[in-house]
Design a protein. Sequence first.
Length: 134
Amino acid sequence: GLLAAYASAVQIPKTEQVTVEHSSGGAVHNTHHVGKLKFGQGTIEKAMPAEGGDRWAYDWLTTSRSVTGSGTPNAARKMVTIHHLADDGDTIIDTWKCTLSIILSIEYTKNDALQEGERMVETITFQPQNVVRV
């Protein structure tokens, strides 16, 4: 796969249980049952391109819109794999896989001619359908 970027900070999407509440006849309290898992948004901050240039986030964003109004195209759903690297930059400490993710927004650094070599993606926000800690 494409190693798209190195990032200085990543927010792993929040994972929580959805609960269902009910009470049976004559009960004086509610009973709670766990249901599906629900996943929040993830963010990638200070992303610097690794391989393949710096258009990958923009290209992902533009393929996410529905031209026909029939929902998000399957091509726009990506696997976001997050590796937490050790100080040596090579050893992987932990891995998270955010499956069927869609990109929600991109924020770029200020386009300043004095800092031409330092432009990068400031923040990427994405929404996964599932999050797995590997």
